[in-house]
Design a protein around this ligand. Sequence first.
Ligand code: NAD
Ligand code: UDP
Ligand code: UDP
Length: 321
Amino acid sequence: MRNYESTKRILVTGGAGFLGSHLCDRLLAAGHEVVCADNLFTGAKRNIAHLHGHPRFEFLRHDVTFPLFIEVDEIWNLACPASPIHYQHDPVQTTKTSVHGAINMLGLAKRLHVPIFQASTSEVYGDPEQHPQREDYWGHVNPIGPRSCYDEGKRCAETLFFDYHRQHQLQIKVARIFNTYGPRMHPNDGRVVSNFIVQALKNEPITIYGEGQQTRSFCYVDDLIEGFIRLMATDASVTGPINLGNPGEFTIRELAEKVIALTGSRSTLEMRPLPADDPRQRQPDITRAREQLGWTPKIDLETGLRSTIAYFDQMLSGGST
Ligand code: NAD
Ligand code: UDP
Ligand code: UDP
């Protein structure tokens, strides 16, 4: 029996992607109905294969740059390729996905008077001059570089969210997500964690861009999804933007060494040129998430890497995941 008090019909755009599929799992586990809308550009049916036939799950092949007319109680807007290889493949489409996608989903939220979540990104800070990054930092972004389609698209999406909030009193929840990893990452998306793990499992050279002294902070997917849920559960006065990420900071070289140790790999380190506009340092200041959501990541890098390695190991050995 449906409990009308607490169960909702929820739209997740980008729900067949890495983060989106984990979010669908979490919402279904809480008893909600989930409509997953995805054009499968970077997402995969295998990410949601286990939900096939689930009575409260529905998959909709849909591109968010086109209008969508459905009835839901809540919207999570995650649709957008997230890795540089994918978002630079068709940069114009990337900007359209962020900007037109946001307009369409905000229009839907406005018509339905429902809360809407935006998966924004630490990339809005660009190559930051402040460290760690707080939400009130405006960023240092190149508007015409290879990463701009993503960075500026996401910045414009944030602008739209806040203008719909001010102009149409929409309930918005904007999360700025920092590097997140875990099972169901795309094996060929060129992200550092998936690259290093796949290379290590194949005993191939680990490709370090630049000297490997640039830093990132890596959040395990389960921690991040917990932050999402807590943010959506806040009252209407909480809009974000709110940083969600793990403040533990590691150099790329340290990550490579950890992955080699945990996989017992024979891989060696291979230096490659640093890509253009590659941020040197990135670390979230999560004070706001601590204070407003009572949230803090719990899973350390080693624990998270072990389960991610197990996922890729199974995938590479042809097992179902
Ligand atoms: P992902 O590529 O696995 O997922 C994105 C999903 O969006 C895919 O399923 C893809 O097919 C879908 N999609 C892309 N364009 C679409 C369109 N026009 N219409 C409908 N669906 C479309 O990436 P992810 O890591 O799961 O990222 C999810 C969201 O979180 C993205 O918005 C991304 O910008 C944001 N984010 C992720 C990270 C991270 O570390 N993973 C960091 C910051 C922000
Ligand atoms: N939109 C949608 N689904 C809806 C309502 C609106 O996809 O249920 C789209 C619609 O295509 C529109 C966009 O959202 O272009 C913005 O809607 P809004 O009402 O804000 O603007 P307007 O329709 O006035 O341009
Ligand atoms: N990186 C690397 N080797 C790889 C892939 C990435 O050294 O095989 C570096 C990359 O240059 C960047 C960092 O790892 O400095 C994180 O890259 P990723 O693409 O995962 O995320 P982002 O740059 O968006 O934070």
